[in-house]
Write a protein that binds this ligand. Sequence first.
Ligand code: OOG
Length: 256
Amino acid sequence: MTAASAFAAALDQAQRTVSPISQLAGDAPIGLDRAYATQHALIARRLGRGERAVGVKLGFTSRAKAVQMGVDDVIIGTLTDAMRIEDGSVFDPSGAIHARVEPELAFLLGAELDAASAGDPMAAVAGVAPALELIDSRFRDFRFSLDDVVADNASAAGFVIGPWTSPAALGDGLDNRAVTLEFDGRQTAIGSTGAILGDPRRALTAAARLAAAHGFALRAGTVLLAGAATAALPVPAHGLVEASVTGLGRVSVRIG
Ligand code: OOG
């Protein structure tokens, strides 16, 4: 049986050399536990090179994403400081195999989110923001099983966070706000925050459950990306990619 550390080395190499690899175990699933062990080993390699863990991301919290990728379970991955792109700054697609972009919602944790605090998860939230996520599967043709994509750190490649709004200033609920994705001012996708588990606040509860089950910590001061509100689109060769969420403002990244 191939060890998680060997799978992690292959995924790490794929990302660093911008060369896709085959799915990890062909038709024999590697199993969810070994998939998360692989992801942890992959992140340990990055932290060993000086990166810092700054948050987590959820995957497949929306039906649109689950259908697009043919998988049906919420997963969790790790965000590091090397993946962070300042709002309005540049993402270089030549460092990615076949990057895609998704409009999302981000939470800033003001307190640790764990099984005890998950009953009232918004109490742990210090801010909510529109976000863009850049994803890049290290697997050929962007095709993977659930185990593969867990091992590949949920395809995480980059993320951009817009302005934070404090929970006290949120006003209406979070479950029915329009989310748009625009390329050079042209609307390319539209969705609703309700696409994220019916209400993105459920992403907090889901994250607490997944974190407890798979050895993640959701610490104060870290970011939680709640998952895409629409299907992902290929990153254009150049231009401005922007997302908006009603009442929360806009976030952008320049491609090139
Ligand atoms: C996996 C990442 C999914 C989301 O928001 O659902 C994800 C992928 O589709 O490659 O980030």
